[in-house]
Design a binder for this molecule. Structure first.
Ligand code: ATP
Length: 267
């Protein structure tokens, strides 16, 4: 499949156009283009090593692409640093749980508010007054998220003692605490049992509706992808091999061939 080039449709919240990223001699992404529409759940799938996390890292500023353009809400974000991209409205979770050990569930979620917690010079003059007001504001927002993701009973637990499924939910909560408009989830169900998977799917759908989010999700569980995504892009060896309505994309013959193996370059 040829890189289709970003269509730049008016309702795209995120557009990638001709994105290329390499690491030395390894081409991790070759001419990847996509449009993610406002309010949809967009799946990013592909065999191991196909470039999914690299694409997410390109979007979120960790590995800016060497070629191509990425736009968020119409504004180019290539080369913008990760913390700035986060403050523009893109939040993410990581493939491996990346919580702050030794801190409680509540404090981990509060960390997601750090972009909102920098005092201005003027506010610093009235620091104690400001700090108190700010603390209340931050905690109110966090309470909303705790409620939404039903984390009340775990709020004071140190994160390292809670089960993996709950840790992933705390990561989701921390991302949501940043009040993103776009949420990027990198394998949110990795290592989960069936019950935990069902829970996290429900929380993702609830959060999307309640907070009016657009979601980009990397996931190996195809049942989840077909159940919750509107559209999907399939990568293989860093190239796009199928894109479109989710069932069409994942059932494309090139995708089936890539998963069976043996088709290294289905493009
Ligand atoms: N920091 C890096 N340095 C060197 N090579 C890298 C780096 N990050 C990714 N790669 C390479 O880029 C290619 C794509 O990797 P990537 O992690 O994006 O794939 P993936 O589809 O997310 O895989 P998985 O499903 O296993 O997480 C692989 O060949 C990988 O080894």
């Amino acid at each position: 499949m040829q890189g289709t080039g970003s269509k730049g449709s008016a309702d795209a919240i995120l557009s990638c156009s001709g994105v290329n990223r390499w690491f030395g001699g390894v081409r991790a992404l070759t001419d990847v283009s996509l449009d993610i529409r406002q309010g949809e759940i967009f799946g990013l799938v592909g065999p191991n090593g196909s470039g999914k996390t690299t694409l997410v890292n390109s979007i979120t500023g960790f590995y800016p692409p060497q070629q191509g353009t990425i736009r968020f809400e119409g504004r180019p974000i290539n080369g913008v640093r990760p913390h700035r991209i986060a403050s523009l409205g893109i939040a993410r979770t990581f493939q491996n749980v990346a919580l702050f050990k030794g801190m409680s569930v509540l404090d981990n979620i509060l960390m997601g508010r750090h972009a909102f917690m920098r005092p201005s010079a003027l506010a610093s003059l009235f620091y104690w007054w400001w700090a108190e007001k700010d603390e209340i504001r931050q905690r109110d927002k966090v309470e909303e998220i705790i409620d939404l993701l039903q984390l009340e009973s775990a709020r004071d637990e140190p994160v390292e003692v809670i089960p993996l499924g709950l840790q992933k939910r705390v990561e989701l909560a921390r991302a949501l605490a940043a009040e993103p408009r776009m949420l990027i989830l990198d394998e949110p169900m990795a290592g989960m049992n069936q019950e935990e998977k069902e829970y996290i799917v429900r929380f993702i759908l609830d959060a999307k509706e309640a907070l009016n989010l657009t979601v980009l999700i990397i996931e190996h569980h195809m049942d989840v992808i077909t159940a919750i995504c509107d559209r999907a892009l399939v990568l293989n060896n860093g190239r796009m091999i199928a894109e479109g309505p989710v069932r069409e994309a994942v059932n494309h013959p090139a995708v089936i061939a890539a998963y069976i193996g043996g088709v290294g370059d289905a493009a």
